[in-house]
Design a protein around this ligand. Structure first.
Ligand code: HEC
Length: 188
């Protein structure tokens, strides 16, 4: 009995102490009353969104690159793309290999196949997928820039992969060159 009385007193006391703030019209409003940016609210940062330094220093405030249309790269026409050159010199391209392989296997292999032979699991149902490597492969007829631009813009039926950052596109091109050489029994 005595225990119950003590319990009741403790309960009352605890309500008395923390109750004032919490028993408000809005229950537990603390979470709402914190500094937040509401949807569509204009912020000071917004005007700097395209500023690379601000982006670098405020990454926590910014949507991840590619998530929304901010500072999009300029369009490349097919003709312009033809002559683009891999910014990584040939002698240093070995370091692109791992990235190129990963990206190719994620984005391209579904249609073009793990080794680029045009035999990916989607190829039978997505008419017109080309072999990039091997005897009938088309990669050997294309410049690096052409392949890069195909990734960027897509083809007639092939979807655009402009969500792949530029440096990763060059890594994919490099990896396709490797696969092609392999498929013809050549060396890297
Ligand atoms: C959904 C299937 C699909 C995926 C995924 C895909 N492609 Fe293609 N690709 C095609 C088809 C279909 C063609 C035939 C030509 C066209 O559509 O213009 C093609 C053609 C190509 C060509 C030849 C372009 C030309 O001018 O003839 C290249 C190079 C190429 N793809 C590279 C890639 C690379 C690199 C990736 C990965 C980033 C990729 N593709 C992902 C379907 C795909």
């Amino acid at each position: 009995m005595r225990n119950r009385q003590i319990l009741a007193v403790v309960c009352l006391l605890s309500f008395g102490t923390v109750g004032c703030e919490q028993m408000s019209a809005d229950w537990f409003p603390q979470m709402k009353r914190q500094p937040t940016v509401q949807a569509f609210e204009s912020t000071e940062l917004r005007q700097f969104q395209n500023d690379a330094t601000v982006r670098a220093n405020h990454s926590g405030f910014m949507p991840p690159i590619g998530a929304v249309a901010i500072g999009q790269e300029a369009a490349i026409t097919r003709e312009e793309g033809e002559t683009l050159v891999n910014p990584v010199p040939e002698a240093e391209r070995a370091r692109l290999f791992e990235t190129g392989k990963l990206q190719f296997e994620i984005f391209c292999a579904t249609c073009h196949g793990m080794t680029g032979l045009g035999d990916g699991p989607v190829a039978p149902v997505f008419v017109g997928v080309m072999a990039l490597t091997g005897e009938v492969g088309v990669a050997k007829y294309f410049t690096d820039g052409h392949i890069y631009t195909t990734i960027r813009n897509g083809g007639v039926r092939m979807p655009s992969y402009n969500r792949i950052p530029a440096e990763d596109r060059w890594a994919i091109v490099t990896y396709i060159r490797y696969l092609d050489a392999e498929s013809q029994g050549g060396q890297r």
